[in-house]
Write a protein that binds this ligand. Structure first.
Ligand code: SME
Length: 149
C-alpha cells in the first residue's frame, strides 16, 4: 500500500484511540505504537521537554538515549529551530546522535503549543531516504492532535 493510503487509515485510527482518553502518557504510547507498526519503522517515539533537556518518553523499538540537549542531534536541533527536519542519510548529518547502527534516515516533528516546543516525535528508518513530504504532512497532522501535558 502506498504511504498516503496508510496515513489515510492511520489518522482516523489515532483520533479514535485518543479521543476518549485523557491520560497523556497512555495516548503517547498508543500513538507511537500505531505509527510504528503501520510502517514497520526501526524506532518511533517521543521526547518531552523537561527543564533544559529532551527526555525520552513512550516509544517502540530498541533502547535509546534518554536525554538530549537543546541544539544537540536531530531532535535537539528541531527543538531549537521549532521546525521539522527530514534527514535522508543520518551519516551525513553533523552531530547526529546514533542510538542504533541500523538507523539510516530520520524524521523529527516538533510538538508545539502556543509557540512553545514541549516535545518532539522522532522516527528512525533502517532505509536511507525513507521520509518525504507525505510523511511530514501527515505526521504534522498527527502531532497537532496532541496538547501540551
Ligand atoms: N538520532 C536522534 C537521537 C534519538 S534516537 O534516534 C532514538 C538525534 O540525533 O537526535
Amino acid at each position: 500500500m502506498v504511504k498516503e493510503k496508510v496515513y489515510q487509515s492511520l489518522i482516523p485510527q489515532i483520533k479514535a484511540l485518543i479521543q476518549d482518553e485523557t491520560d497523556f502518557i497512555a495516548n503517547l504510547g498508543n500513538i507511537c505504537a500505531a505509527i510504528h507498526f503501520a510502517f514497520n519503522f526501526h524506532w518511533t517515539g517521543f521526547y518531552i521537554v523537561k527543564n533544559d533537556e529532551l527526555v525520552l518518553g513512550p516509544f517502540q523499538g530498541p533502547v535509546a538515549c534518554t536525554r538530549i540537549g537543546l541544539g544537540k542531534g536531530v531532535c535537539g536541533k528541531v527543538w531549537k529551530q521549532k521546525k521539522a527536519l527530514i534527514v535522508e542519510d543520518v551519516n551525513q548529518f553533523d552531530g547526529h546522535i546514533a542510538c542504533s547502527p541500523y538507523s539510516k534516515s530520520e524524521i523529527v516533528i516538533p510538538l508545539i503549543n502556543n509557540d512553545e516546543v514541549w516535545g518532539v516525535l522522532d522516527i528512525d528508518s533502517s532505509h536511507f531516504k525513507n521520509f518525504d513530504s507525505t510523511d511530514l504532512h501527515n505526521l504534522t497532522i498527527i502531532c497537532e492532535l496532541l496538547k501540551k501535558p
